[in-house]
Design a protein around this ligand. Structure first.
Ligand code: ATP
Ligand code: MG
Length: 398
């Protein structure tokens, strides 16, 4: 057993000693068998939430209505979820009611994919009721039970399926794939935030082109914002030779650039997908840099405003799409060589200008600071207090 499981063993043993069943379940079991690193250890149990809370001193009600209690042990939180079935599905979304049961089998039956429906006993034995081990072995993604029904119950599972195809570099079994094709339109019922999470994981996966090919071929793309009208551009990504993406900003910058979007449109794309304002700003910056690269005019000011992280994103996207030939190394070295990297590094600040140049707070002061900053970046003047005050004075006289 990996260390993360060993650390959690006393918790399972305590639950068992109280007369209940307890297993490791979900992604951590799958990833362990695949020899992949695991992030969080999930535990499933026949004990009801109230029974778990009685057993442990430190618990947090993280999702008590779904049967999940977090047990804190040596500073680590473990999500312990009561075996449950999800009986009433409405609107092709996650059920609003769950029913607690005492049988592991019922719990595993409601899980999405066979590779995600494995349970691990504390003694190391794997419980494999749906041939998940064989599917792990043959690198197959298959729905538990009738794929059609399962996607009707919860349409997000279709996105999860294509996401895992990319993440694990597995192939989707034929009937599961056919069921997605048949039911792709149900994706429209799912909250965009949840689709977004799966889409980004797909793009950041080990084999994004495989996941993307399935996403396109099944028609799922047509139910995602701004994708339907860019089918050809999305498909063109499948011809990129070495498609590997590093972070979320890179995903959206690549998409916006491949759609031929201006920087503001890229920001709007992120916004339409419910991305954060920070992500929106990052993507807009990277796209501005890309435009400048295409024009062969990457000014020190723009490098400064973009920052090293988004400069790197712009370089990688430029290379992936063959838009411009800038080496990441050269661009980052140029960035490192800029005279300043933030306003704080400027040898004068607003206060200096107020006291030493007799200025008042206001737009003139702001403009002058901008001018001084740009002059320093362009190496027209040294970043030295006296030199900058002198320069400031001469600008005011003009
Ligand atoms: P990751 O490595 O991304 O965390 P995971 O398989 O652990 O992958 P989670 O979203 O953390 O995915 O879910 C944990 C488990 O819960 C899954 O392995 C699966 O058994 C079950 N599950 C999650 N989402 C669904 C769903 N929409 N329908 C059915 N079962 C699900
Ligand atoms: Mg997980």
């Amino acid at each position: 057993l990996p260390q993360a499981f060993k650390r959690a063993l006393p918790i399972l043993e305590k639950i068992q000693a109280a007369g209940f069943e307890a297993y490791f379940v979900g992604g951590s079991v799958r990833d362990t068998i695949l020899n992949l690193p695991i992030h969080d250890v999930d535990i499933a149990t026949s004990a009801y939430p109230a029974e778990i809370k009685e057993l442990f001193a430190k618990t947090v009600d993280t999702g008590i209505e779904h049967g999940t209690v977090m047990v804190i042990d040596h500073g680590i939180g473990y999500e312990i979820t009561t075996f449950r079935t999800e009986s009433t599905y409405q609107d092709f979304r996650r059920p609003d009611k769950v029913e607690f049961v005492r049988s592991l089998k019922e719990d595993l039956k409601r899980r999405d994919l066979t590779i995600n429906a494995l349970a691990l006993r504390p003694d190391g034995e794997v419980i494999d009721l749906f041939d998940g081990l064989a599917d792990l072995e043959s690198k197959t993604i298959r729905a538990v039970g009738q794929a059609r029904e399962r996607f009707h119950e919860d349409a997000l599972r279709m996105m999860r399926t294509v996401r895992f195809a990319s993440q694990l570099d597995f192939e989707i079994e034929a009937q599961t794939l056919a069921a997605i094709k048949e039911n792709a339109a149900l994706l429209a019922k799912i909250a965009l935030e949840r689709i977004n999470v799966e889409w980004v994981k797909l793009m950041l996966g080990k084999n994004p082109k495989a996941g993307l090919a399935d996403f396109m071929a099944t028609g799922l793309f047509a139910y995602c914002p701004q994708f339907k009208e860019h089918q050809a551009q999305l498909e063109s990504l499948l011809t990129i030779e070495n498609l590997h993406l590093d972070n979320e900003a890179e995903v959206w910058t690549l998409l916006a650039a491949c759609f031929g979007y201006r920087p503001e449109q890229g920001g709007q794309l992120v916004h339409a997908w419910k991305g954060s304002n920070e992500l929106k700003a990052q993507v807009t910056k990277a796209l501005r840099t890309l435009e400048a690269m295409k024009a062969g005019d990457l000014s020190p000011k723009l490098q400064y405003l973009t920052g090293s992280e988004m400069l790197a994103v712009a370089c990688r996207v430029a290379r992936l799409l063959g838009l411009a030939d800038y080496s990441s190394m050269a661009v980052l070295l140029a960035y490192e060589g800029l005279p300043i990297h933030s306003r704080a590094e400027l040898a004068v600040n607003g206060k200096d200008l107020i006291t030493l140049l007799n200025l008042k707070p206001g737009p003139i002061l702001g403009q002058l600071l901008d001018q001084i900053e740009e002059a320093v970046l362009n190496r027209q003047v040294k970043n030295d207090k006296l030199a900058l005050l002198e320069y400031g004075r001469s600008q005011l006289e003009e």
